[in-house]
Design a binder for this molecule. Structure first.
Ligand code: GUN
Ligand code: ZN
Length: 430
């Protein structure tokens, strides 16, 4: 079988860099190649070492070839909610988000938006997402089908929400459990699909529903769990009122068995020391959503404090609270959030975060997030001179880190020259 060999400047991470100049954390080949066969990476290294006489070659020089980006927190039914004005989180949910999500009871609408959602991710170089669907099982069906049609690794779940929202987006503790069970049976582990048990947050789930979500998690320990935690002051106050016996917000999720190494908690901005320690102890993941936190005025994610407490982390767009589909824009805004707190995010650490770092947060690093042979062939081809301004800045680039920083700071979907999903060239076809 003919292999496809992508030629370019190849960058992949072996581990988290230990400083801004720690190139030993990377596989970096100036004249590099990635060989792809049967949807998997067959080989990766210097072009002269990888290429065989009968290989088909896709020459991407002088572009960079990286693992496809991973977005570990995004809402598919908010594809049309992005850029909707509101004062803060709870108004934004009530005024824009819940009404838009109600429309996903219609399977045709769910199919159309799911297709557009996957295409938009791919256009931005994102090859795996962990996505919330609406509360309608049909929306999860539609998203898994759209991802499967494109060969994408998609982690998703039907949102569980049985109170404090309009009728059109509510399920019940029982129907949410039953629908999730059926979706897990149908999709979890089918092709590249994985299921995430998805209680939206404690405000919209009754104790009975969180109990049911915990039962699902216990019955399916290899599924992921995703929810929101400690994003906004008013949200935290209302949550405390609804769960008066809980020690704090994270304690609610602990009480119902929803924490642990496969649990992703969006936002995690206003946490107490006890919550940080409990998150670390359980191996739970805090997901930084910078463009969303800035857009909704939610607060500044304390990456250093969480790291010192030993909390695992990931970084994500949170479309449609987030304002960009681009993981490059997300890194740029994330760095600014950290700068405001005297914290630093250097370019190597940035690109580690959106590839191997996020893959590790999902427990999927043996499959995605690197260019290691045997892993799935999801790749992003990056052009650091994609716009006239980028091209001018590149004339003065002095190192790989400098070039990565240029891409992160000035780049967006235009900097993604091509995306490969499961070894198939995609962006040019969208
Ligand atoms: N908290 C509960 N639901 C949501 C949501 O859809 N977006 C954000 N940003 N926070 C939430
Ligand atoms: Zn969210």
């Amino acid at each position: 079988m003919t292999r496809l060999v992508l030629r370019g400047r190849v960058l992949s991470f072996r581990r988290a860099p230990e400083g801004p100049h720690d190139l030993s954390a990377c596989l970096w080949e100036e004249d590099g190649a990635v060989a792809v066969s049967d949807g998997l990476i067959a080989d990766c290294g210097a072009f002269s070492a990888v290429c065989r006489p009968d290989d088909e070659i896709a020459d991407h020089r002088p572009h960079l070839i990286l693992p496809g980006f991973i977005d570990p927190h995004i809402h598919m039914p908010q594809t049309q909610v992005v850029a909707s004005w509101a004062a803060e989180l709870l108004d934004w949910l009530n005024d824009h988000t819940f009404p838009a999500e109600a429309a996903f009871a219609d399977p045709d609408h769910a199919a159309r938006i799911s297709g557009a959602f996957c295409d938009e991710l791919i256009r931005h170089g994102t090859t795996t997402a962990v996505a919330y669907c609406s509360s309608h099982a049909a929306s999860a069906e539609a998203l898994f089908a759209a991802a499967e049609a494109r060969g994408m690794c998609m982690v998703a779940g039907k949102t569980l929400m049985d109170r404090n929202a309009p009728q059109g987006v509510l399920d019940t503790a029982q129907s949410g459990y039953d629908d999730s069970m059926a979706l897990i049976a149908r999709w979890h582990g089918r092709g590249r699909a994985l299921y995430a048990i998805t209680p939206r947050f404690a405000i919209t789930s009754s104790p009975a529903q969180l109990e049911a979500a915990g039962a699902l998690a216990a019955e399916h320990p290899d599924c992921l769990v995703q929810t929101h935690l400690s994003e906004n002051r008013e949200e935290i106050r209302f949550t405390g009122e609804l769960y008066p016996d809980a020690p704090d917000y994270f304690g609610i999720y602990e009480r119902y068995g929803l924490t642990g190494p496969r649990s992703l908690f969006g936002h995690c901005i206003h946490l107490s020391d006890r919550e940080r320690a409990a998150m670390a102890e359980s191996g739970s993941v805090a997901v930084f959503c910078p463009t969303s936190n800035l857009f909704l005025g939610s607060g500044l994610f304390d990456a250093e404090g969480l790291a010192q407490a030993g909390v695992r982390q990931a970084i994500a767009t949170d479309i449609g609270g987030g304002t960009s589909w681009s993981m490059l824009r997300t890194l740029d805004e994330g760095r600014k959030v950290l700068q405001l707190q005297g914290q630093r995010l250097d370019p190597l650490a940035s690109f580690h975060r959106i590839t191997l770092g996020n893959a590790e947060a999902l427990g999927l690093a043996s499959r995605i997030g690197t260019l290691d042979p045997g892993t799935e062939a999801d790749l992003a081809v990056l052009d650091s001179a994609a716009t006239p301004a980028m091209a001018l800045r590149r004339e003065r680039v002095e190192s790989l880190a400098d070039e990565l920083f240029l891409i992160q700071t000035l780049g967006d979907d235009r900097a993604v020259a091509e995306t490969y999903v499961g070894g198939v060239q995609f962006k040019g076809r969208i």
